[in-house]
Design a protein around this ligand. Structure first.
Ligand SMILES: NC(=O)c1ccc[n+]([C@@H]2O[C@H](COP(=O)([O-])OP(=O)(O)OC[C@H]3O[C@@H](n4cnc5c(N)ncnc54)[C@H](O)[C@@H]3O)[C@@H](O)[C@H]2O)c1
Ligand SMILES: [Zn+2]
Ligand SMILES: [Zn+2]
Length: 341
């Protein structure tokens, strides 16, 4: 079957692969829609691992349910992770802490190829059946939405807090949406891409944006907040963004680190010491976070379709990656339909 594979630095190719063969307790799912994620973009820049089929966010239909409790025709999504099920983390519902969780992750490991293909093999115990009244596009958005929810729950925002989100990609914008819901009185973003920054305002959850490349950002923030932001959600994962999080948060404030740096970075840690900052990492989600996001979509309490900028075919995926990394395009989330001609 046709798929998209990582070939080298910034290079994806349309290629052939064998149909997936399921193991015990697994399902074969036909992919309806798959998302392109900022984490995939890190792999794309590195060009590694070669041969990886990306795509860990999806909506699909079960076409082989094997000996599981699912039925052929069930519409589903899955947590892409691969927890062991036995360790203390797994047994307390914190699948994201399991040491095995990324070893065999969907679309993030060579052992379980991802959703930039017509069919995938997923674990039934990581799979959730989704209600009919949410669209395939919404279902494909559950995973990144759950990342933002998890981060905002860790941020412990108080009513009236001033919150800055650094980076207005999908993770930043979903975090901004939940920060507003959590009671923040000011939700600002900082961005290097002005097209995305302006779009963030139009989408309705963000009150103000800062140009991250401006030399005046510190003065502007101090005049808007008096002494810095109460909470900062860092959603880029690069040195400049993490450093600005440490400098723009108020003394005693909280920084939640969601962005994933792919190499060691140097940041002014002394500020964290002298200002007694709380630094928290946020990784992935729990199954409960996934279920909460599905329920919020079902009950129309959140609109995630506003973040979907385009739906493309497998042949158009390379171009979509170029668009998402141009630094000037306002696209936020691009979905892939493997059945689109
Ligand atoms: N912790 C987790 O569980 C988790 C899950 C998913 C994604 N991520 C990570 O979160 C990050 C964001 O993901 P995304 O899908 O939104 O990615 P994205 O690439 O679409 O968005 C990142 C945004 O940050 C902006 N940016 C870059 N440098 C900046 C700076 N110095 N100041 C302000 N803005 C800057 C970019 O212009 C871009 O719009 C990535 O690092 C990704 O790997 C983490
Ligand atoms: Zn993702
Ligand atoms: Zn485990």
């Amino acid at each position: 079957m046709k798929c998209v594979k990582l070939k080298g630095e910034k290079e994806l190719v349309v290629s052939e692969m064998p149909e997936p063969i399921k193991k015990d307790g697994e399902l074969i799912v036909e992919v309806k829609k798959a998302g392109i994620c900022g984490s995939d973009i890190h792999n794309w820049f590195l060009g590694k691992p070669e041969g990886l089929v990306l795509g860990h966010e999806f909506c699909g239909i079960v076409v082989d349910a094997g000996n599981t409790n699912f039925k052929v025709g069930d519409r589903v999504t899955s947590l892409p992770i691969s927890p062991c099920g036995n360790c203390q983390a797994c047994q307390t519902g914190n699948l994201q802490y399991c040491r095995q969780t990324w070893a065999d992750a969907l679309g993030l490991s060579l052992t379980r190829l991802g959703a930039l293909a017509p069919k995938i093999r997923v674990r039934s115990d990581m799979t959730l059946k989704v209600p009919d009244n949410i669209s395939d596009e919404e279902v494909a958005m559950v995973e990144p939405t759950a990342v933002g929810l998890h981060a905002i729950n860790l941020a412990d925002i108080k009513i009236g807090d001033k919150v800055l989100v650094i980076g207005a990609g999908i993770i930043g914008l979903v975090s901004a949406m939940f920060a507003k819901k959590a009671g923040a009185s000011l939700v600002a973003i900082s961005e290097t891409n002005m097209a995305r920054a302006k779009k963030a305002i139009d989408l309705g959850d963000v009150d103000k944006y800062y140009d991250a490349t401006s030399s005046n950002i510190m003065q502007e923030v101090m005049s808007d907040t008096k002494d810095g932001f109460d909470v900062i959600i860092e959603c880029c994962g690069n040195e400049k963004a993490v450093s600005s999080a440490l400098t723009l948060v108020k003394p005693g404030g909280t920084v939640v680190l969601v962005g994933v740096a792919t190499k060691a970075i140097t940041v002014p840690m002394t500020i964290a010491v002298t200002n007694e900052l709380t630094l928290k990492g946020a990784i992935a989600y729990t199954k409960k976070d996934f279920k909460t996001c599905i329920n919020l979509m079902v009950n129309k309490e959140i609109d995630v379709l506003k973040f979907v900028s385009d739906v493309v075919s497998l042949n158009e995926v390379q171009k979509a990656y170029e668009r998402l990394t141009s630094g000037t395009d306002d696209a936020i989330k691009i979905l892939v339909d493997p059945n689109k001609a």
